[in-house]
Ligand binder design. Structure first.
Ligand code: CP
Length: 337
């Protein structure tokens, strides 16, 4: 695809070559993300950051990625701080805000809303999550992480075995990740969820129609014993009609060190898009895994910077100029990476 000037709304717009291109550019962003070098290639550019649902990683890493490329961020969080609370349409909001920004990152609770906004926007829009539909930049950083973790274990993406666990019905990250893994023919996927929270049938069907092995299960222990990656997700309580309904499923699948040791192959990678739910009745990924070197969740979150920097550089067409606007940093940067 031609990235310059285009929206990023769904994983379905990518071919495998496009993903390779994003990952190549992401690799080149490491010196900047790790604060060894600074670049001012986007000096003067403005990111409109519009998050109408809670977010820590996506919102802050999109903003930081833009800052690290030298641009500035104008941030809106929550409906109550915009004129949408006074009845303004997404169309009008998009027309106005795209006059103030060079690119927009947006999260919204309704499926399809970011695409609706993008259709009216005069600048590229990146989907930071639209309801339970998609979260394409998360899937890209997840796959970037998977690639790096399994390469360190002598394996490649084409033979990947992955178990996705938890709320697969409402979890937009796993929807996008399944679509992305569909580009890699030999991938074997095990989907572990309560029956009521299964992966949408059309996503499973698309994977099977393209020759992928997909198993569905309600048994955690049996499903994680022959995989390279366990990708855990939280119950998406904000998508349920009532807390009581979410409580039926919360805590149903808990991975802790004991279960990991007894059932996983050595060096199985543990991932989670975060936030993990650390409340007592949830704990889908227990804190007792924090010292396990195979817990990749914070490396995964760090990779969000690289991938989002790459998306900005590609969309705003400055990939080849990043290094020419760069210099070494002068402040202490040790210890983090
Ligand atoms: N993974 C993710 O989307 O996290 P946030 O909700 O904190 O952005």
């Amino acid at each position: 695809m031609n990235f310059a000037g285009n929206h990023i709304l769904s994983i379905q717009q990518f071919e495998r070559d496009d993903v390779d291109r994003i990952f190549d550019v992401a690799d080149r962003m490491a010196p900047y993300a790790q604060r060894r070098r600074i670049t001012r290639v986007l000096e003067g550019a403005i990111l409109g950051s519009m998050f109408f649902e809670p977010s820590t990683r996506t919102r802050v890493s999109f903003g930081s990625a833009f800052n690290l490329l030298g641009g500035e961020v104008r941030e809106t969080t929550g409906f109550e701080s915009t004129a949408i609370a006074k009845g303004e349409s997404l169309f009008d909001t998009a027309r106005v805000l795209s006059g103030y920004s060079d690119v927009i990152a947006m999260r919204h609770p309704m499926e399809g809303s970011v695409a609706e906004f993008a259709a009216a926007s005069r600048v590229p829009v990146i989907n930071g999550g639209d309801g339970s539909n998609e979260h394409p930049s998360q899937a890209l950083l997840d796959l970037y992480t998977i690639r790096s973790e399994i390469a360190a274990r002598g394996k490649s993406l084409d033979q990947l075995r992955i178990a996705m666990v938890g709320d697969l019905r409402y979890g937009r990250t796993v929807h996008s990740l399944c679509k992305l893994l569909g580009l890699y023919p030999g991938v074997q996927i095990v989907l572990v969820s309560p029956q009521a929270l299964q992966m949408p049938a059309e996503i499973v069907e698309d994977l099977r129609n393209t020759g992928h092995s997909v198993l569905e299960s309600e048994q955690l222990e049996a499903s994680i014993s022959n995989v390279d990656i366990v990708y855990s997700t939280r119950i998406q309580e904000e998508r349920f009609n009532t807390q009581e309904e979410a409580d039926l499923y919360r805590g149903r699948f808990r991975l802790n060190q004991n279960i990991y040791t007894r059932h996983c192959e050595p060096n199985t990678v543990i991932m989670h898009p975060l936030p993990r739910d650390s409340r007592e009745n949830a704990r889908e990924l227990d804190d007792d895994l924090n010292d396990n070197p195979n817990l990749a969740i914070f490396r995964q979150a760090d990779n969000g910077l690289l991938v989002r920097m790459a998306l900005f550089a590609l969309i705003l067409d400055v990939v080849d100029d990043v290094d020419t606007h760069a210099r070494d940093v002068r402040w202490y940067t040790g210890g983090r990476f």
